[in-house]
Design a protein around this ligand. Structure first.
Ligand SMILES: Cc1ncc(COP(=O)(O)O)c(C=O)c1O
Length: 381
């Protein structure tokens, strides 16, 4: 069955008691057991271990990504935390894309490094650089592609081949493209991470995360960490995310088409110094973008001629586009990564990986593209 059919029907069935078409919000702490001998006969014991509304979402996401199973978390960061906890111990080494969401960098450098895990931040677009960074104690490579916010791509086939050869794990943050456009497990990865806060929710209503595992054994390791640390998703969040999932493909098609139109408009504008969007012929990794994804998503960035002061003025004054953190929602958002999403990455490191002070990130929503372009045009002039 096609993606749009599965995004609606996978993982859910009418409520067996009432026939309600939507999986209800099972707002419960505990589950009554029939007898000691039949403990867990219905599959549930306590909501830190599993909850039926959350399980419906987990089944849906596992099916959409083509994984064995999925575990959902309170935030995308809790999902990445679970991957680190399930795959790494004191004395281990982990390679992370040198451009990644600022929170991932913060979790590695300010939390896990305190527990004896070593990290290397590597240009994972260059698989030879990944190979060169491998050590005897490397256990995990975490890539983010397209990367937040520069949109640099990692060749998922090449890095997966390398990790397979070494017998180590490859986890991919697939938040920007979602399984509608990119399927990392099919390209050889072992784990897929999501901030469901973004495109799966799509309506700026929740924060949540998910990890889809290629094998039941890996899912079991994650689930153990999740139960031990209690980093679960709530049933209300799962319910709202389930509704968001049903329209993922149509939202992404429309948002991506608008993003391309906006990128083309910006590229032709005399007051714009640089534009980056994977669907533009000028995108440096256009060939790789085509070879591992079926679409280019709805994130782009640009720099205004006149640098940071001109960029700041645009972000402060633009109408219709909302200045806010987050991405992937129906509302179009403008973000300044250097002071917002990536403020915890040291300035020198930010500049080294191309997160310039003048970089303006756009998350294209579902408004009419003509209105979004008119607002940009007005703000630029
Ligand atoms: C690519 C990516 N991964 C993970 C996260 C973290 O997700 P959350 O904010 O849901 O914790 C974000 C947040 O912006 C992100 O952009």
């Amino acid at each position: 069955m096609g993606f749009s059919t599965r995004q609606i029907h996978a993982g859910v069935r009418p409520d067996p008691v009432t026939g309600a078409i939507n999986t209800p919000i099972y707002q419960t702490t505990t589950y009554v057991q029939d007898s000691v001998d039949e403990y867990l006969a219905k599959g549930y014991s306590y909501s830190r271990s599993a909850n039926p509304t959350v399980r419906a979402l987990e089944h849906k996401l596992a099916e959409l990504e083509g994984g064995a199973d999925c575990s959902c978390y309170g935030t995308g960061m809790a999902a990445i935390n679970a991957v680190f906890m399930a795959c790494l111990s004191a004395g281990d080494h982990c390679i992370v894309s040198d451009v990644a969401y600022g929170g991932t960098y913060r979790l590695a450098t300010q939390v896990f490094s305190r527990f004896g895990v070593d990290f290397s931040f590597v240009d994972t677009a260059d698989s030879e650089a990944v190979a060169a960074a491998l050590r005897d104690n490397t256990r995990l490579v975490l890539t983010e592609t397209p990367a937040n916010p520069t949109l640099k791509l990692t060749d998922l086939r090449a890095v997966s081949a390398l990790t397979r050869e070494q017998g180590i794990l490859h986890a991919v943050d697939n938040t920007f493209l979602t399984p509608y456009y990119q399927l990392p497990l099919q390209l050889g990865a072992d784990l897929v991470v999501h901030s469901t806060t973004k495109y799966f929710d799509g309506h700026n209503a929740t924060v949540g995360g998910a990890v889809i595992a290629a094998t039941p054994e890996l899912d079991e390791r994650l689930r153990f960490v999740q139960n031990a640390t209690g980093t679960i998703m709530s049933p209300q969040v799962a319910f709202l995310t389930l509704q968001g999932c049903k329209t993922l493909s149509v939202r992404l098609q429309r948002q991506s088409a608008s993003a391309l139109a906006i990128a083309e408009f910006l590229e032709a504008h005399p007051k714009v110094a640089r534009v980056c969007y994977p669907g533009l012929p000028s995108f440096p990794q256009a060939e790789l973008a085509r070879s591992q994804a079926t679409g280019h998503g709805a994130m782009l960035w640009f720099e205004v001629a006149g640098g940071l002061p001109a960029g700041k003025q645009l972000m402060d004054r633009i109408r219709l586009w909302t200045l806010a953190e987050n991405l992937g929602s129906v509302e179009s958002l403008v973000t300044h990564p250097a002071t917002m999403t990536h403020a915890d990455v040291e300035e020198a490191e930010r500049h080294r990986v191309g997160i310039t002070d003048g970089l303006v990130r756009l998350s294209v929503g579902l408004e009419d593209p003509e209105d979004l372009i008119a607002a940009l045009d007005e703000a630029l002039s």
